[in-house]
Every structure is written in C-alpha cells, then in structure tokens.
Design a protein around this ligand. Sequence first.
Ligand code: MSP
Length: 652
Amino acid sequence: MDRKKFYITTPIYYPSGNWHIGHCYTTVICDALARFHKMLGEDVFFLTGTDEHGQKIEKEAQKRGVTPMQFIDPLVSELKDMWRLLNISYDRFIRTTDEQHVKSVQKIYQKLYESGDIYKAEYSGYYCTPCESMWTEAQLVGGKCPDCGREVTLQKEESYFFRLSKYAPRILKLYEDEPEFLQPKSRINEMVNNFLKPGLQDLCVSRTTVKWGVQLPFDPNHYAYVWIDALSNYITALGYMSGDDSLYRKFWPADLHMVGKEIVRFHAIIWPAILMALGEPLPKRVYGHGWLLIGGDKLSKSKQDQARGQLTDPYELVKRYGTDAVRYFLLREIPFGSDGDYTGEKLLNRINADLANDLGNLVSRTTAMICQYFGGNLPPRGKTEGVDGELIALAEGAFEKVKRAMDGLNAPDALAEIFNVVSRANKYIDETTPWLLAKDESKKARLGAVLYNLAETVRICAVLLKPFLTESPKRILESLGCDAEAGFDTLAFGGLKAGVPIEKLPPVFPRIDVKKELDEVDRIVKSKKKTIEQKNPKAEEVQVSEITIEDFAKVQLKVGEVVACERVENSDKLLHETVKIGEEVRSIVSGIAKYYTPEEMVGKRVVVVTNLKPVKLRGVLSEGMILCAEDKDGNLALVSPEKEMQSGGSVR
Ligand code: MSP
C-alpha cells in the first residue's frame, strides 16, 4: 500500500544575512512537523530555500560593486549553516536562481499569458522595495508602506497584469467551503475584511526596471514580479513544468504552507488564484503563525541592532545553550498562532525549568538510581501496584495527545503533553521514595519495579521528544541501551528488556545561573553595540604601549577610492562606502556621517586598513576601516595621500 504523503514548506528566505532568532521560528516549527510525520511513517517532503531575485538584491549588489550572485552566494551558505546548526531536516533547498526553477517560472507565465490571465496595460502604483510589494494610494498608511511603514516610490510603466480580480469570488468561496484552508481562523477575517471585501485589483506581475529576475518568455524587456517567482517555488521544486514532474505528481498539493502572518496575503489570495488560473489543485492548508516580538515589536532585521540588550543571533544562542535548548524555546514558548515576546530571561527560565529541572533531573535520577541500586542493569518490570497505574496510563496515552496537538500543528501543546508525563514521573519518584525502598532488602523487587517504570517512562518521553529535540533524546535512548533511531512503533509500555545495561547520564541540560548569564549576555551585547557604533575612546583614555616594526607590519594599509557612498539606515553616525582598492571593491562602514556627506565622500582617495576582520555594522558588511585623524574635540578628518596616488597602492 502507498504510504500517506506529507508535503510541507517554509517560505523561501530573502538572503539578507543578519539572521535573528525570529527567522528560525517558521523553519524550526516546520522541521518538528516534518520529523513528526516522518516518524508516523509518512512519505514526507520538506521544502525550504531562498528567494533571490528582485530590486533589493539588485541594489545591494550594485552598492557593493559585485554581481547579484556574488552578493547572494555567501548569504545562502550562511543560511544553510544556520539550518545545519539547528538540525533542520529539509529534503530540498530551492534557490529561485536555480536554472530549472527559472525555466518553470517562464513556462508558468507563458501558460497564463496564453490563457489570457496575463495581459498588458499601464501600471502606476506605489512600490515598497524592502517588502517587494505594490500598493495603491488608498492602501498606503500615512503615505508609507502599510506593512513595514517605510517609504514607497511611485512607479509608472507598461506592465503585464494578472487577472486577480477575476478570482476573488472563487477565493471567498474557498474560505467558506474549506475553512481548514487558512488557519488560524482569524486570518480568514483579515483577508476578507482587508483585501477581498474592499475589492481585489488585478496584480502587476512584470517589471522593466528591475533586471535581476526571471525574463518573461513572451516579452524579454519584462521580468517576473518577485512574488510570483517566489510563490512558484512550491511547485517548481517538485519539477512542475520540467522534464521530470514525478515529484509534483506525487506530492502536490502541499499539505501545509507554514508562513509568518505578514505574508499570509500572498499565500492565501495570490497563490490560490495563480493555481486556479493554472488549473492546478490548491494547497490543503496555509497557516499564518505569529511573530517573535522584542519589547512589543516584531523582531526584525532593522530592529535587531537595537534589540534592547537581548542576544538574538542564532549562532551565538546555539553556541551558548545548544541546539535543543533553542529549538525547545521556539517550539514551546510562543502560544501557537499568536505573537510571543522574546527575552533572554524567558529563554533561560525555559531551559532551567523544563529541560534542566524537569527532564534533566528525571533522566539523571533514574539512570543514577539504576546504577546505584542494580549495578547498572535494568531490573525486571515486576508487579504493577499503587500509583504505578496512573504513571503508566499517562505515559501510554501521551502519544495520542501529542498526535492530536500536532494534527492541529500545535507544537507547544504537544510538548506540554510530553512534559506533563515528565512532571508526573518526577512526582512518582517523590511518592515512591526509591531511596527508602533501597534501605529494606525485602522491598528490592518493588524498588526494581519502580525504577523499571521510571526508565520506561523516560524512554517513551525520549521517543516522543525526537521530532522536537534532535540531540538529547538520542543520548537518553542510548543511555537506556535503546536504539537512538527508535520510532513511534516502540511506544507501548514495557518495551525495555530487563537486564539491559543502563548508563548513568550526566545532566543532559546543565542548569544555568540566570543572573550570571544575563550579566554575561549584557556584556556581550554591549561590546557588540560598541563595535557597531565604532565608538572611539577619548584620546586620554587610550593606553598606548610601544610596538615593534613587526607589529606595525601586521597592519595592511592601502590607498582606496570611494566610488559610492550612502547613509546607513537608522544611524546618524554611519556612512556606507563602496571603496575601490586596485582591482578589488570593498564595502566599508565608517562613523563619519557627522563630518562628511555621502556626496562629499564620493571620489575621495582614502587610506584603508585592509586586513581587519570583516564585521557587520547595523547589518551592513564592513570589510576594512578608513583612516581618519581626530582632534581633541573629537572632530574627524580623512587621511589622504598628499599627492595623486593610484588606488591599490600600499601605505607604509
Ligand atoms: N521571501 C519571503 C517569502 C516568500 S515565500 C514564497 C519572506 N522572506 S523572509 O526572509 O522575510 O521571511 C522568512 C520567514 O521568517 C517568514 O515566515 C517570516 O514570517 C519569518 N520571520 C521573520 N521575522 C520573524 C519574527 N520576528 N517572528 C517570527 N517569524 C518571523 O518573507
């Protein structure tokens, strides 16, 4: 018999770099769901990837004097590293620059053009570059982008339009006939009230000004609108309209598109309309999850630097607390479907309360007692008596409850069910007092039964935790002499064989001293901010010690020419220069905005420290430092070669 299939997708990420813990949220949830369905024995296809076309990338690359691909490639690697760090088990990582995707998008456009769903007309609208979204004047809020509040630009051009308006009645009917299609329910009201009721306009789906995109096959002056290009990934990744569409035939329609609430509009209106126009089946479910907030605001790239003293960098968080702890926090803390506040303190409290105390203690007490009282060999199950029944019933019944929660995509509830068993087992230890039983030789069999029940409960919890935590459950299972790959088919109580060697496990999650850790984090965040602001200490505070000529030779100084310059967003101190150093072009951020305008900077010959470790300042890559002289009042002046000097020349 064919296995049930489960096709799950994350949105494809903008390769923007500067990843924060909010970015990990969608993907970690999808990973837990994908792992859960794999453990159910289903044929799972888990898709993620990157959304690489559009004006934003084109501009960023231009600013740096590199090609879009040169700009994107390292960012995509960074993102993949992040997913590796978080043990994301995707089956395919699609890039919208993949040749096969591009070709399929062209075919999709061609088909819609031929069927008359795409037509040519003049477009005039307000474009928000960061969101890659178009708005009508009426949709703007205070003249700004209604999604992100940033400036928009009026654009007029001949464009191709998609007949979105035609599909409005069918989309309304879809919400009525299939209320499961868009969840949570509140999102349906948002879509109906904010978009469908006011009336859908046809959607402009081509550009002539942005060349970094998919060229339209029927008009090479036009390039695909990035959202159509991006949404299509869900089917092109399966080979739709390619030479081999077997995966498409097997996995489409998607069982779940998991997306953040700000992009529900694209997934629940535009995407079904495109699929209707293509005559393809619709995804079964779109879920618009809430956001990780910081101080009440969406944690976002632009807010990250001022993230109110919180550590939000996923690499740093995983380094400090481990993959499982970060995954656990994301999956457990935020009530599913709603927004949730992120603070370092909440994260640490979760780690301590649930992982170190509840789970960690249960595991270490159970394995330690088996080692102490039974020489490390699991005693036989023995008779069930007293409070045993309650614990066993809870452990045995947990899978059904976890499954019910996961059917509703609700990882926090699923984890709550598992930790309910963990807490019950800890209480069971207090009730059965094994250390007192151990004092009485006549109670040895009872002691054995109690420890067996505990080991079995720990085993069941570890198996149930496997979709959520990817490292510790395996360690726990191995310490109980079990196969780390054990699946849900091993969940019946009584699976452990008497006599198996049990290993005493050190704390799986060491307890963290919250106060000390928060102080340390505060120190790290402050020192990061200091680098970001490039705050120079006052001259008199600098301790100057002598250096040798060899020390000085370690600093590589070169002449550069500023070829482009602009202010760094949200900073009154920083300028972002593009500096040509010989053949090379570098992106450099300097704290000189009070002394030079971007216009003044362009064309200047400067001295650059070229072997400084690259850093990101306010999210912008800085690959060097431009030298300045500073007077006692802190005024800055650029250091330049006194005579005309070619860029690339070294300074000694
Ligand atoms: N490229 C589009 C998606 C195209 S899908 C056809 C995009 N990319 S994104 O990089 O901006 O966002 C990727 C995911 O990260 C989205 O689901 C978004 O909601 C999520 N998050 C980014 N910041 C977030 C929080 N602060 N909290 C929770 N998730 C958030 O949108």
